[in-house]
Write a new protein. Structure first.
Ligand code: ATR
Length: 341
């Protein structure tokens, strides 16, 4: 499988990553109990050997334990073979979460992440969520200093509004914006995607297979255990309604001789060469399958057919309603009135 994953240039500042990344969150947090560390280290090694070198983590995952896991996986000379993306800006747990963009917090978070990952620099450092109390130019000012000091190579934003992206980009070039983007979560196409394209910013879709729902449908929802954040996700509380989307994708996947996960992921890959999804998995076979999605070719008619399955009336429940309810100082990208400054 080595060499099967092409490389793509992300943004306009020189970052090159594998065309598909690996979301590491579920290995340590949020999707059920943490998975055994030795197995996850082997999985990360398998990803790197297969050409998936763009590893996505955050200090929030665990918290902290996911960065420590990724750091351990890179021991023995693998650091230079990968592009590490991590994030700062969310404190607490899903019960009560506070977003923070204070400059002193930016610096201390970066230094702590470097230690946990046991590396000298972070390839791509995201503001995980935007703090509505702190003007974005203040948060970005500190990130710019970290780039000048060599601790961070490239800067990204996650779940920021179009206006915030513009303001941030004016302080220091933004290389990538990470947002939820999949067949059933397409709101970023209105404003965020055009803004990124205008400014030459790469786009990183998270949850590209709908947190597993577009891969396995109601089965995923039925098997959720306590502590899995999908239990409170509005989309997973409307399974009876939403299962039709999965069934249609699955039926088309049978016709295309691929899996529903591959077809959903292929749709994201077809959105452009500036788009690098980061599907999360904890299983070798699913990782291999997801890499296989890069070989699934879709015509414009097939893309349109897929899109018709997940029309807005076919999908019930906010993609991130749970965040809006429980997160403090959190900028909701679609509500521009929340923007500080
Ligand atoms: P996120 O970005 O939030 O991790 P995602 O990438 O859309 O969300 O989906 C991740 C979920 O899909 C995980 O629960 C993962 O389960 P495993 O850890 O068991 O793999 C599941 N998933 C990922 N790839 C899959 C595949 N090819 N087939 C079935 N399920 C898959």
């Amino acid at each position: 499988m080595a060499g099967a994953v092409p490389k793509l240039k992300l943004g306009s500042q020189g970052l090159v990553v594998s065309a598909q990344g690996l979301g590491c969150m579920g290995m340590s947090a949020n999707y059920g109990p943490p998975k055994p560390e030795p197995d996850m280290i082997k999985l990360i090694h398998h990803a790197i050997e297969s050409g998936v070198t763009f590893l996505d983590t955050s200090d929030f995952y665990g918290p902290h334990t996911n960065e420590i896991l990724v750091g351990k996986a890179l021991k023995g000379g693998l650091r230079d073979k990968v592009q590490i993306a991590t994030k700062f800006g969310i404190q607490g747990n899903y019960g009560k979460v506070e977003v923070c963009g204070d400059p002193a917090y930016v610096r201390s978070s970066c230094e702590a992440s470097l230690k946990r990952l046991d590396i000298d620099y972070i390839d791509l450092y995201y503001i995980h969520r935007i703090d509505t109390r702190v003007p974005i130019k203040v948060t970005m000012g500190e990130l710019k200093k970290l780039v000048e000091e060599g601790k961070v190579k490239y800067v990204g934003l996650s779940e920021a509004s179009a206006s915030t992206i513009r303001l941030a980009h004016a302080v220091h070039p933004i290389t990538a914006v990470q947002n939820e983007w999949s067949l059933w979560s397409r709101d970023i196409e209105d404003e965020i995607v055009p803004t990124c394209r205008e400014l030459g910013i790469g786009i990183i879709p998270y949850s590209p297979i709908g947190r597993g729902f577009l891969a396995a449908g109601p089965k995923v929802a039925e098997n959720l255990i306590d502590g899995d954040i999908r239990k409170t996700n509005p989309r997973f509380q409307n399974v009876e309604h939403n299962k039709t989307v999965f069934e249609r994708v699955n039926e088309m996947a049978t016709r295309k001789e691929c899996t529903a996960a591959q077809l959903s992921l292929a749709w994201v890959h077809h959105q452009g060469t500036d788009v690098v999804p980061i599907p999360g998995t904890t299983k070798f076979e699913n990782l291999d399958q997801n890499i296989g999605a890069l070989s699934v070719k879709l015509t414009s008619e097939e893309l349109a057919e897929l899109e018709s399955f997940a029309s807005s009336d076919a999908v019930k429940g906010e993609r991130n309603g749970f965040m809006q309810l429980t997160w403090i100082h959190y900028e909701t990208p679609s509500l521009s009135s929340w923007i500080s400054e």
